[in-house]
Design a protein around this ligand. Structure first.
Ligand code: GTP
Length: 363
């Protein structure tokens, strides 16, 4: 049989992990470092602006599909996911592996179940990888003890952002992760791609769970395929979170945006997107990421022809969506704002220095 023949099975790997743990960074590393392995990606964003999909390397060619707004585990049913899997696993797509990047609030168990439920004969479940933010994990687990449940079903745990934690802290964390899955440490998601692609696909055993356990669980929760608002998902992590999307065609004022970011409310855990600072830096757009109290800007030249927009997604729990929106509107530059170089100093404090360890540095 030819390796690209119609019955070739394509492993589908689920990449999960809490908000901001480094899933997109890791996926980008895999895409850059795959050396000949052709990877398809399905990206699921929690916010209505698809920041993750925009940031995946190579952008939205035929082999990257975006599942859009909402958690994959609830927003789509198995048959909808199948449409995407069908596109990526058809022989003409010539892909070797498909990675599904779940939103940071998705329930991995649901995703695994959906892949297993696929009726596409070319799809074979390729394992669950959970990315853990080494710097934030203890605080996250304190707030959401149920997150241990996510790790319990993982085949591989990537303990990421180890640059932000001491060796002693990492050892403590590793011990508390228990002996369940294999744990690999990483900085900026730089793991050996072989860990993803050479895993033996399995339909019998799913991480620490048997397939039967997943089926039992399904009966218990009473949701099989489609998942509406009344299907008992109160226990899902994302029910406690909401996202706010903000778009502005007018540039942001750097000083006022920094005042907003420096005083952002505790519950606002995640911010991501791109900022246009207009005349204060006409050449660059600023990628922005906040994860907990961590904040970074990533300036990069505006792609030619790109519409100059500020697009932000804010994800938090117990936050005031209207208030956040109003604060951001108040940070849009007005006619009286002076957009000179010093205006950018507050932003530049949060730009990664060239000698810091950076994503893609050794890919
Ligand atoms: N210091 C440090 N920062 C990292 C590392 N990996 C990722 N980051 C940063 O963490 C932030 C979030 O990374 P993403 O890859 O967007 O995280 P994500 O899990 O895809 O985020 P969501 O999709 O919102 O859940 C970005 O600013 C990354 O550059 C790392 O190993 N060390």
């Amino acid at each position: 049989m030819s390796p690209t023949g119609p019955t070739q099975q394509i492993p589908v790997v689920v990449l999960a992990g809490f908000l901001g743990s480094g899933k997109t960074t890791l996926l980008n590393h895999l895409l850059r470092a795959s050396r000949g392995t052709r990877i398809g990606a399905i990206v699921n964003d929690f916010g209505s602006i698809e920041i993750d999909a925009m940031t995946v390397a190579g952008q939205l060619g035929d082999s990257t599909l975006s599942l859009g707004n909402g958690c994959l585990c609830c927003a789509v049913d198995a048959s909808e996911l199948d449409v995407y899997l069908e596109k990526l696993t058809r022989p003409s797509a010539r892909l070797d592996v498909v990675v599904i990047e779940a939103s940071g609030l998705a329930e991995p168990q649901e995703l695994v179940r959906m892949v297993l439920a696929s009726e596409n004969p070319r799809v074979v479940y390729g394992g669950l990888v959970e990315v853990v933010d080494a710097a934030e994990y203890e605080a996250t687990r304190e707030k959401h003890p149920e997150i241990d449940r996510h790790l319990a079903v993982a085949d591989l745990v990537v303990l990421n952002k180890t640059d932000r934690v001491s060796r002693a802290g990492l050892d403590r964390l590793r011990a508390s992760l228990g002996g369940a899955a294999s744990v690999v440490e990483s900085v900026y998601g730089r793991v050996d791609p072989e860990l993803f692609f050479d895993r033996r696909p399995s339909t019998e055993r799913v991480g620490q769970l048997a397939f039967e356990d997943l089926l039992d669980d399904e009966e218990e929760h009473g949701h099989g395929e489609a998942c509406g608002s009344e299907c008992g998902h109160a226990a899902h992590l994302h029910t406690a979170y909401e996202s706010v999307a903000f778009t502005s065609a007018a540039p942001m004022d750097p000083r006022r945006l920094m005042a907003f970011l420096d005083s952002r409310p505790e519950g606002l855990y995640r911010i991501k997107g791109f900022v246009d600072f207009g005349a204060a830096d006409p050449r660059n757009r600023y990628g922005v990421h906040a994860v907990g109290r961590f904040l970074r800007f990533y300036p990069e030249p505006w792609p030619p022809g790109e519409e100059r927009l500020t697009q932000l997604v804010l994800i938090g729990s117990g936050t005031d969506a209207d208030g956040l929106h109003k604060s951001l509107e108040a940070a849009v530059a007005g006619p009286g704002d002076i957009q000179d170089e010093p205006a950018m100093w507050g932003v530049l404090r949060y730009v990664q220095q060239a000698d810091e360890d950076a994503p893609g540095a050794d890919d």
